[in-house]
Design a protein around this ligand. Structure first.
Ligand SMILES: Cc1ncc(COP(=O)(O)O)c(C=O)c1O
Length: 398
């Protein structure tokens, strides 16, 4: 949008401070090629390839047929909030109660609300790099400033309390953690996480822990900050059913936080979306209280796909890739190709990969690094092979 258009429209400063999601932009461009009849291999989309498990779908159908189709309490029914707390308490040894839980229209919505109630104009929020695209813009929308914490790729993007401590100023309000991480798949060591939580508690800083991939952890060290009960007056756990139960389109996320923060989030939600869809709430209860084998089955398949894609990427001359320990993304470093055929950045590589090799990936710039592209491996092995082969040929010809 040009400055002149902005002046005519008189849009707010806050909307002009943010950008559309980089991942959505890739999806749109890949869709455009597809409508032209081009066969695109899609490594861009950040969502599971599995259908939503049948018992969850059945619960939604039963909710419709049972006329559970009216408004509910803004933060979700008591049944749902109890189910969220109970699931988390048994899986991660936390002790959340209904008053500390709010259900929202997706994890992104819960994160948006939490940031709106905790971050004020001029506040600083520490953000480890690479970061999920939306963190930066949601903080900016609230008027906050992101202070980037550069994590070292050679150390598996490790984030430690010392690294955080170096960035704390009198204006620091919060730090955002995201383990397992989108885009790198990095998993924080529980000791490092505990140290960051202790430090934040000591210094009166909030920790927003985005744990939407917490069930997709392949490191053998599955951990939620929620288990650190002694410090829970200073952190917010953000979760989502989107990835755990393959329910991205249903839009059900949640937060667990001190009751005063939760009620402030409910106040904000009461003036925007109101309750998450009633039917989806019933489906969410079925997901959280029903059999959990589906989660483990999906996790096992992701491990196989992870191994397959990383092996394939590392076999491409010039590409290096850290081993992702969670989520369903690989984050290969493609900087060896800069300088070849006018390529200067990850955006250049991703752009040409899409237009010339018809493989959709997300360039690292949206996540704060310019040497990487993000590959979502939530797809079939056959599709991974097709995409990897196209990438190999394209990069070899540069
Ligand atoms: C790190 C992270 N947090 C939150 C979300 C939001 O998920 P949803 O709004 O679908 O629950 C995503 C989705 O991609 C994510 O990757």
């Amino acid at each position: 949008m040009t400055t002149a258009t902005v002046e005519v429209l008189k849009l707010t400063d806050r909307i002009n401070r943010i950008e559309p999601s980089a991942t959505m932009a890739v999806v749109a461009e890949a869709d455009k090629l597809r409508t032209q009849g081009i066969d695109v291999v899609d490594f861009g989309a950040g969502e599971p390839h599995f259908p939503t498990p049948q018992h969850i779908k059945d619960a939604a159908i039963a909710a419709i047929n049972g006329n559970f189709t009216k408004y509910t309490a803004v933060g979700g029914t008591a049944e749902l909030r109890d189910a969220i707390a109970h699931r988390h308490n048994i899986d991660f040894d936390s002790d959340y109660r209904r008053e500390e839980v709010i259900a929202s229209v997706g994890g992104k919505h819960a994160l948006f609300n939490a940031i709106q109630v905790l971050v004020d104009h001029g506040d600083e929020v520490i953000l480890p790099v690479p970061y999920w695209v939306s963190f930066k813009d949601i903080v900016r929308y609230a008027g906050g400033n992101c202070v980037l914490l550069e994590a070292d790729e050679a150390q598996g993007f490790r984030v430690t309390a010392e690294m955080v401590a170096r960035l704390i100023t009198p204006r620091t309000k919060a730090i955002i953690l995201n383990s397992p991480s989108n885009p790198s798949g990095a998993v924080m060591n529980p000791d490092d996480m505990t140290e960051v939580i202790r430090l934040a508690h000591q210094r009166g800083i909030w920790v927003l822990s985005d744990e939407c991939y917490v069930y997709l952890n392949y490191s053998g060290r599955n951990f939620s900050v929620g288990s650190l009960r002694d410090y829970k007056d200073r952190f917010v756990v953000l979760g989502s059913l989107s990835k755990t139960y393959s329910m991205t389109g249903w839009r059900l996320g949640y937060s667990m936080a001190p009751a005063a923060v939760t009620s402030a989030m409910a106040k904000l939600q009461s003036q925007s979306t109101s309750n998450p869809t009633s039917i989806v709430q019933k489906a969410a209860v079925a997901a959280l209280k029903g059999p959990q084998e589906c989660v483990e089955q999906m996790r096992q398949e992701y491990i196989q796909l992870r191994d397959h894609v990383v092996k394939g990427l590392r076999a491409i001359p010039g590409v290096t890739c850290t081993l992702p320990e969670g989520a369903f993304y690989a984050y290969p470093n493609i900087s060896a190709f800069f300088g070849r055929g006018s390529l200067k950045s990850a955006s250049d590589v991703a752009g040409r990969l899409l237009r010339e090799a018809h493989v959709a990936t997300v360039p690292g710039e949206g996540f704060g690094t310019r040497e990487h592209i993000r590959i979502s491996y939530a797809t079939s092995k056959a599709e991974l092979d097709r995409g990897l082969e196209r990438m190999r040929k394209f990069l070899a010809a540069l």
